[in-house]
Ligand binder design. Sequence first.
Ligand SMILES: [Zn+2]
Length: 242
Amino acid sequence: MYHQTEEAPPKGAPMRGLVVAPETLRRHMGALARLGYRGLSMSGLEPYLRGEKRGKVFGITFDDGYENNLIHALPVLTHFGFSSTCYVVAGMVGQTNRWDAEKGIAQIPLMDAEQLQSWVNAGQEVGSHTVSHAMLATLNAEQQAAEIQQSKVMLESMVQQPGGVRHFCYPYGSLNEASVTAVRTAGYATATTTERGRVVLNGALDVLRLPRVLVSRTTAWPQLVWKCMTAYEDERSSRYAK
Ligand SMILES: [Zn+2]
């Protein structure tokens, strides 16, 4: 789970930890590539999630749709032949992360429709992150369904992508039963949370509540390898908390 790919903002800037330097991303991808792993978008991961394919793969996601991912992450992904999914806030395409403004978080450009198409044409994927970066669990079922369905329709009208927009990410990791029902009804194939952990193929796997491994500015490549190859993250997941 990545957010922004950019040089670090000044010390003390809120949410600075979610800005990963391009060189750090390159080291992360390089380390996993050297170990024989291939980075995939959520669509690329689907057959592995269904147990139809086996192999050394990991999913790469970028939340929010920042332009700096097109500028800095795309060349890295292209270099390694990896694909990824960028979860876009459908109602803020071409704007900035306005949902963060009142928390004093720096306003950063988000990709516009043309840039999203360039992202897709370069082999990457667009997923949905609602219309307004909504905190879904605070909304009623009808409002949630609107955020979840409309964002899919809006993004599909903006971006031509094989199979349409099939993957969803819950903003702030906020969800409840109504969110999951709406995601299923809207026809998404997968949905990711901010729950920590790796996806384990067992009877309990819920593809509409997938855990992820957080990657921050200070995550060094050996640490990322550790997070991906060991049960470290799984053990920190609240799913296993007593
Ligand atoms: Zn987000």
